[in-house]
Design a protein around this ligand. Structure first.
Ligand SMILES: [Zn+2]
Length: 402
């Protein structure tokens, strides 16, 4: 593999390109970030948001929210700094960790948000997560697609024109630069970049019907145009520093990190128990995982040297996440079937002999099972102490409803 001369991003990363000096786009955009007048951009943002407030008839904007560090910080900026009234909209992957569940509830309460959530059924999630491996080579089609479609559905249904996301797509994806990002809005971005397949294509595989996938379908261009829906990323208007923002929401509001698999930071995708599985699949396909991405950001920000970054990334990228057991359980795939399938999705540009998974010795403090399943098991495994014996007799006799 060829690596960026400055950070540790390899050429097997999707969408990456290197300039004549062998430096990747993300490193170049991080230089651009230092030369942007963020004061001008935040002034521009204020004008946009003031206009949105004037025009809105119900909610000023939609805040797509997971409760993760970005959406928590977005909620702070929109409500406390710009005094907006957003409607919080969550697509739930139904893989919430206990920490993630807490963070989402804390966010809704702290900022006094009205909230709409779509949670696909356990059975549908399991079928989609299995088929996702075959179709796109990772476990998370339903999340990629739902995050892209559901807030748009709500925007169209309730006539709320503005959607506000967090981190700029220029930040570390290498897919755009700060010079060409502002003002661009693309309803099919999530389909193209992460989901890869439309709901229609997924239905064609037979794993779910198009009816079951109706909320995963992106609204049509006509529906979008008729409502006037558009979107922006706060990271294109205010200087984005995920470390500093995370420290801020932790100390001011009590937001919590957790230990994340396939990563050495506890704040990225902290709401999901399966993030490590998604990233581990990337390790098989492209020879690197989340730890490499995080090290690259730290190198760019001067927090570690390139050698330190390469060392920590190579150690953690190779760890087999404990949540892989849950994935095998929900998909019904054996280890062999999983290994055979993931090989088919390998990028041609890297030498797969470098893929050498190792047992993960770090113990996760998070129970790697969806939090709601944990609650159900706990409550079903114990009798309800709030019922008196007399209540229980009444329930058992079923006479109360007949
Ligand atoms: Zn780089």
């Amino acid at each position: 593999m060829i690596y960026c001369k400055r950070c540790c991003i390899p050429d097997s990363q999707e969408g990456v390109s290197f300039d004549e000096l062998g430096i990747c786009t993300a490193c170049r955009t991080s230089e651009q970030k230092m030369h942007i007048s963020w004061k001008d951009r935040s002034h521009e943002l204020k004008q946009i948001l003031d206009k949105a407030k004037q025009e809105a008839t119900s909610y000023d904007c939609i805040l797509p929210i997971s409760g993760g560090k970005d959406s928590f910080y977005q909620a702070h900026i929109l409500t406390k700094v710009f005094n907006l009234r957003p409607l919080a909209v969550t697509f739930s992957h139904n893989w919430y960790s206990e920490t993630g569940f807490y963070n989402l509830q804390l966010c809704l309460k702290t900022f006094g948000l009205d909230h709409i959530q779509f949670t696909p059924s356990r059975d549908l999630v399991n079928r989609l997560a299995r088929q996702s491996l075959f179709e796109i080579g990772d476990s998370c089609w339903h999340c990629h697609a739902g995050v892209g479609s559901f807030p748009l559905k709500i925007a169209v249904a309730f006539g709320i024109r503005l959607l506000i996301w967090g981190e700029s797509i220029c930040e570390s994806s290498g897919r755009a630069t700060y010079k060409d990002s502002v003002g661009s809005y693309d309803k099919d971005y999530f389909t193209r970049v992460s989901a890869k397949k439309t709901a229609e294509e997924m239905a064609n595989t037979g794993c779910a019907s198009l009816k079951e996938l109706s909320l995963f379908r992106v609204p049509s261009s006509v529906e979008i145009a008729n409502t006037g829906v558009w979107g922006l990323h706060l990271g294109d208007y205010i200087f984005w520093d995920e470390e500093r923002q995370t420290e801020f929401i932790k100390s001011h509001y009590g937001w919590r990190e957790t230990e994340m698999e396939s990563a050495f930071k506890g704040f990225k995708s902290a709401e999901c128990i399966m993030a490590g599985v998604h990233d581990y699949m990337c390790y098989h396909k492209r020879g690197f995982s989340r730890a490499t991405m995080q090290a690259a950001v730290d190198i760019r920000n001067g927090l570690m040297t390139r050698d330190e970054g390469l060392a920590i990334a190579s150690r953690i990228d190779a760890e087999i996440p404990h949540a892989l057991e849950y994935y095998k359980q929900l998909s019904g795939l054996t280890q062999e079937e999983f290994d055979d399938e993931i090989k088919k999705h390998r990028a041609s540009s890297f030498d797969s002999t470098s893929v050498k998974p190792v047992q993960k010795l770090r113990k996760s403090p998070e129970v790697l099972e969806p939090f709601v399943e944990q609650i159900l098991k706990r409550m079903q495994g114990s009798t309800d102490s709030r019922l008196t014996p007399k209540d229980q007799d009444l329930l058992d006799s079923e006479s109360w409803w007949s």
